[in-house]
Design a protein around this ligand. Structure first.
Ligand code: EPU
Length: 335
């Protein structure tokens, strides 16, 4: 039932890394009313609160005290506005299913973000992005409830302070709000975004959003492991951003190093390439490894713990730092 609290819940299947975890209490509210009641109860009882989406960007400990809430608001509907369509979405809707449904209706805007795991409510937290598009570009509003008193509010995209894999939900509002829903602005007018990699070569001259989305799925399946088969959290590290001077020095030693110039003059490097060039692609130690097709992804072969994963990741960071002088930052968050 929507607001029911389950005790001693196993969350090992609720995180895509497949880490063992038990929650002291767990609830999956399907309405904002039951979510608000749970927040009030947690505040009254002084229970520490953990929010769970699709568990695809999270490192869970073996035991979570207090209350884990996984919002299960699963409605979505469309609102026509000329050539634009506003999409109103509950936080518990699965992101990829929504993207495919929107692309199938001929709507442009989210097709490059196909096959990203997780729920819609988690999407703004790290401003999900892939193949030249970030969520912030199509977002109209984010609906939230404040943890402290259950008050509701609506945030504009500007208020969300989106950056590369970053938003206000990771800083000032971290732990203070629960995202209950999103509004996206999509378009009926053809607006393909095909500049990334060889995407343009892989679709027809006038692709539909569904063709682009299906091509993105095919590209991702070639490189990224399916969490249902091999535990992982997608990119484990962010692509590091360095000063132009440092990038130029690196390019003189490694002229084939991929890089991307940012509008502020800084340079974004490819963490996957740096890890790969340390000879770590396919490296395995204990229960964890570096994926053999995309070095940016750490994989869990089963039987490991979060402590072992963090030690494994530290060892990757140290090896990249020793060779390139660049410190990689972790992408998934610690619960
Ligand atoms: N590369 C290597 N070896 C590797 C991996 C990558 O040499 O093992 C090189 C590639 O050849 C390419 C460059 O590094 O020249 C960049 O690789 P890729 O295009 O695969 O993208 P990425 O930078 O590794 C980022 C996102 C992905 C997103 C892709 C496509 C981050 C941290 N990761 O990966 O996001 O799908 O671009 O846009 O920004 C995720 O966040 O979970 C994720 C998968």
């Amino acid at each position: 039932m929507s607001g029911t609290i389950l005790v001693d819940q196993d969350l090992s299947l609720a995180n895509t890394l497949g880490l063992p975890c038990r929650a002291e209490r767990f609830a999956a509210p399907a309405t904002s009313g039951s979510l608000r009641r749970l927040l009030c109860l947690a505040a009254e009882q002084d229970w520490p609160l953990t929010l769970l989406g699709g568990g695809s960007n999270l490192i869970l400990p073996e035991r979570l005290a207090g209350l884990v809430i996984q919002p299960a608001l699963r409605h979505w509907w469309l609102e026509q506005q000329g050539n634009d369509v506003l999409v109103h979405i509950g936080a518990g809707v699965e992101w990829h299913s929504l993207v495919m449904a929107l692309a199938g209706r001929g709507l442009w805007g989210t097709e490059n973000l196909a096959l990203i795991p997780g729920t819609c409510g988690a999407a703004p937290i790290q401003n999900i992005g892939a193949y030249g598009v970030e969520l912030g570009e199509v977002l109209e509003a984010v609906q939230v409830l404040f943890v402290e008193d259950g008050r509701s509010a609506v945030l504009t995209p500007e208020a969300c302070a989106f950056g590369y894999r970053d938003s206000i939900f990771k800083s000032e509002l971290d732990g203070k709000v629960v995202i209950t829903g999103l509004t996206l602005r999509l378009s009926r007018l053809a607006s393909p975004r095909l500049a990334y990699g060889d995407l343009a070569q892989r679709v027809g001259a006038q692709p539909t959003p569904l063709e682009v989305a299906e091509t993105i799925c095919a590209i991702r399946r070639e490189k990224l492991p399916d969490p249902a088969e091999l535990g992982n959290a997608g990119s484990f590290f962010k692509n590091p951003i360095v000063e132009r001077k440092q990038a130029e020095e690196m390019l003189s030693s490694w002229p084939d190093m991929p890089y991307f110039e940012l509008t502020d003059g800084c340079i974004k490097l490819a963490a996957g390439w740096l890890i790969d060039r340390c000879g770590l692609k396919g490296w395995r130690s204990g229960h964890f490894g570096v994926h053999d097709r995309q070095a940016l992804v750490l994989v869990h072969f089963g039987g490991g713990s979060s402590a072992e994963l963090l030690a494994f990741a530290d060892s990757v960071v140290e090896q990249v730092q020793a060779r390139f002088g660049v410190v990689l930052e972790r992408e998934p968050r610690l619960a």
